[in-house]
Design a protein around this ligand. Structure first.
Ligand code: FES
Length: 355
């Protein structure tokens, strides 16, 4: 398709060396916005409203893009007013050159608001490498998928993959999906269609803010599931939802969860904690009760990070000393020399970390 899709010639390599990759990319993208020496890029070719405050973007990707497996997440990098922002989203494969990026607008979410309100056809987005463990299981007796809000996107990819491989007629799947209102349900037509077509696929939606409101996730929802212990259960939603699911499904054979937002743990902790950064040779005071990453950023320290939700491990560093609390599940850790994900942990005592 493009000249750059061929093996690089010695002349091109010389250009790289003389001009630098950024310069080469700059000139290549004057000709075609998807051309690049090394960047995985995609161009928006279709934009659709898939639910209230939720947009689905069809994106044509270039040859550097590495499609993740169904259920995985991709770093998505966009530039807004000259500033690069990285967020993490679950993509759905449409065909060899197109993926679907579905994004729900969140309060004060710079990227989600831009993608919903400002992104246009032809805009170019950069992608990182996929990651995540919530993959289609081999030979699951029953696959139970629980989603709340935009936690539906990896579940949609998993089910779509099963349908594409012709396996939705054999694999028993039970999808439970919590939203606030009727207009918040994404991919409803496809879920209803699969529900009607495949007896093995069960689809339930729970509306928590309609007049006749359904209840939030509780043990009544799992009461009638047969052979629950032998099921594979995947959960994606806000941290409170994930924490409830962890308790309900503690005895199942295979359980995986991902939380995409942090519900601050209710705590009496106030005041500040001193964090010693051994590599930068600094000591900074950050407030208790929020993530260490957010606290450091407020001090103008910019640690490496990706998803900001405890999945990608990009923010992980060694904690030499101190006690921390996980903001997703409330677990505490005071062991020295532990790997610490600073995006989902808050400091309980003074800390020494290798950043
Ligand atoms: S930024 Fe991804 S795990 Fe912390």
């Amino acid at each position: 398709m493009h000249a750059i899709e061929k093996q690089k010639s010695p002349v091109n390599s010389m250009f790289d060396i003389v001009l630098g990759q950024d310069n080469v990319n700059f000139w290549l993208q004057k000709i075609n916005p998807l051309w690049s020496v090394q960047q995985a890029l995609g161009k928006i070719v279709q934009k659709q409203q898939s639910a209230a405050d939720t947009v689905s973007l069809t994106i044509q990707v270039n040859r550097h893009f590495k499609m993740g497996l169904a259920g995985q997440h991709h770093p998505v990098i966009i530039e807004i007013k000259g500033v690069r922002y990285e967020r993490t989203y679950s993509l759905t494969k449409l065909d060899a050159q197109h993926v679907l990026l579905t994004v729900k607008k969140v309060d004060q979410g710079i990227v989600s608001q831009w993608l919903n309100d400002k992104a246009e056809m032809g805009d170019v987005i950069e992608f990182g490498l996929p990651y995540g463990e919530m993959l289609l299981p081999q030979n699951a007796q029953m696959l139970i998928l629980l989603a709340a809000g935009s936690g539906i996107t990896p579940m949609y990819s998993l089910i779509k993959q099963l349908a594409a491989k012709g396996q939705l007629s054999q694999q028993a799947v039970h999808l439970m999906y919590w939203v606030k209102k009727h207009e918040d349900v994404a991919f409803k037509q496809e879920f209803d269609h699969w529900n009607a077509q495949f007896s093995q696929f069960k689809f339930e939606v729970f509306y928590t803010q309609e007049q006749q409101a359904d209840s939030r996730l509780n043990d009544a929802h799992i009461h009638n599931i047969e052979n629950l212990q032998k099921s594979t259960v995947y959960v994606c939603g806000p941290s409170g939802f994930v924490t409830t699911a962890e308790a309900l499904f503690e005895n199942v054979q295979d359980f995986k969860s991902e939380a995409f937002s942090l519900t601050p743990i209710i705590t009496d902790d106030t005041g500040f904690i001193n964090v010693t950064l051994t590599q930068s040779n600094k000591v900074v005071a950050i407030p208790k009760g929020q993530s260490i990453l957010a606290g450091l950023e407020q001090q103008n320290i910019k640690p490496q990070h990706g998803c900001r939700m405890g999945i990608c491990n990009k923010c992980a560093c060694n904690k030499a000393q101190g006690a921390t609390k996980n903001l997703v599940n409330g677990s505490e850790n005071s062991e020295p020399n532990n790997l610490l994900r600073i995006c989902v942990n808050t400091a309980q005592t003074d800390l020494v970390i290798d950043i």
